[in-house]
Write a protein that binds this ligand. Structure first.
Ligand SMILES: NC(=O)c1ccc[n+]([C@@H]2O[C@H](COP(=O)([O-])OP(=O)(O)OC[C@H]3O[C@@H](n4cnc5c(N)ncnc54)[C@H](O)[C@@H]3O)[C@@H](O)[C@H]2O)c1
Length: 374
């Protein structure tokens, strides 16, 4: 009989739904050596009970410490605003629980490092949920880069644009203490992780950011509250391997709902990815027949592409939610094999170091070296 892994999940809303859905489906697609059990869901709202029942959890609570102290629970998902990640993850590690934590790992490099130290000290499995590493087209991009098909990498160019801030009332995401820096940490953490995954470590950053909306209306009240998180951030980087990077994050790009796109240019070719068409990758290879040369579009839905053999027949596309299913597959496999998967808390720390350097650059208006003594 397979060993049961009882899961406790903290957070019921956006990520709570995405992670619950993934946990429900993961064993349907993948043959795991362990059996995940949706034991306890924790949230703060009065609807936590009904949400837990709807998503398929056995138990529910509004006290996160109850989940972490429950000896029956083996693994914790931390899906709360960033300022709560450290306290919850460190407490979970101290109780010997494996942890998957949402991105950004923490709101500061110092907190992220403490979290990494805690999981290392106890020896539990840890993951930071940079779920875009799990997109099959992103994995194909990585394979092409790693095999040298693009040659020497010159440029990594990434944007992550949304527009929800334009019409939003005040939410926790507008408070630096709760959410971290803003679009830079929220959206930037994803594209920094992809840059590290695909091209390598970032050594230096120069950045600029701006708060365009200085206050937001408080829902249900005739008042406004100040906004302390950036609406947009732009930064240039140098990579360890000599490549140059260009990044842009914005939550006020009208018309862009969840536009994450990157382009890599190398001495032998280029590739372009766009999350809104996540089953596709555009590739240009210089060594192809010059008379038929140009960017070609690959539909990355063949069984030979990562994870697809466990999904549908070729051409039957997958969606955003599958990245969470694949992430839980990696997390549970890590627990079954006692082998830490990536992206780990260490990846969360390294991404946070780039964010911290970018923030320093904004305030000092200068190039800043990314901390390497992690
Ligand atoms: N990987 C991704 O693509 C992705 C997307 C969105 C958000 N996120 C990250 O996920 C995290 C949560 O974001 P969200 O969009 O789900 O936020 P949300 O506002 O939709 O949900 C936050 C949840 O945290 C719970 N919570 C808050 N304080 C709590 C407490 N003290 N005890 C127990 N529960 C508490 C709330 O009840 C709520 O269910 C953030 O770190 C965010 O950056 C990741």
């Amino acid at each position: 009989m397979k060993k049961k892994i009882n899961i406790g999940m903290i957070g019921t809303k956006f990520m709570g739904k995405a992670h619950s859905h993934a946990l429900r489906d993961v064993s349907m697609f993948f043959d795991l050596d362990v059996e995940p059990v949706m034991k306890t869901l924790c949230g703060t709202s009065p609807e936590t009970e009904s949400i837990a029942k709807k998503y398929g959890w056995e138990k529910w609570t509004t006290d996160w410490r109850e989940v972490i102290e429950d000896p029956e629970i083996h693994a914790i998902a931390v899906l709360t605003p960033g300022f709560l990640h450290k306290e919850m993850a460190v407490a979970a590690a101290e109780k010997g629980k494996h942890i998957i934590c949402e991105k950004p790992l923490a709101n500061s490099l110092e907190d992220a490092k403490e979290m990494f130290e805690a999981v290392q000290k106890i020896g539990v499995i840890h993951m930071t949920n940079f779920n875009y590493r799990r997109v099959p087209a992103v994995n194909l991009a990585k394979k092409l880069v790693d095999e040298g098909r693009l040659g020497e990498i010159y440029h990594f160019r990434a944007v992550y644009q949304q527009d929800w801030v334009l019409d939003a009332d005040w939410v926790w995401r507008f408070d630096k203490k709760q959410a971290g820096s803003g679009s830079m940490s929220d959206k930037g953490s994803h594209i920094i992780d992809l840059a590290r995954f695909l091209v390598g470590e970032i050594t230096e950053v120069v950045a600029d950011s701006k708060i365009f909306f200085k206050e937001k209306a408080v829902p249900g009240k005739n008042e406004t509250r100040p906004v302390t998180t950036d609406d947009a951030c732009m930064f240039i980087t140098r990579f360890e391997n000599g490549a140059m990077g260009l990044f842009e994050t914005s939550r006020i790009s009208a018309g862009h709902k969840n536009f994450l796109s990157f382009e890599i240019n190398g001495s032998k070719g280029s590739l372009i990815f766009n999350l809104e068409r996540l089953n596709e990758l555009d590739i240009y290879l210089k060594d192809e027949d010059p008379s038929a040369q140009g960017f070609r579009n690959i539909i990355v839905t063949d069984p030979l592409h990562t994870y697809i053999d466990k999904m549908w027949p070729a051409g039957h596309i997958i969606g955003w939610e599958h990245t969470f299913i694949f992430q839980y597959y990696e997390f549970l496999k890590g627990i079954a094999e006692n082998k830490n998967p990536s992206p780990s808390f260490e990846d969360g720390v390294k991404t946070q170091a780039v964010i911290e350097a970018a923030l320093k650059s904004v305030s000092e208006r200068n190039w800043i070296k990314v901390a390497r003594d992690l």
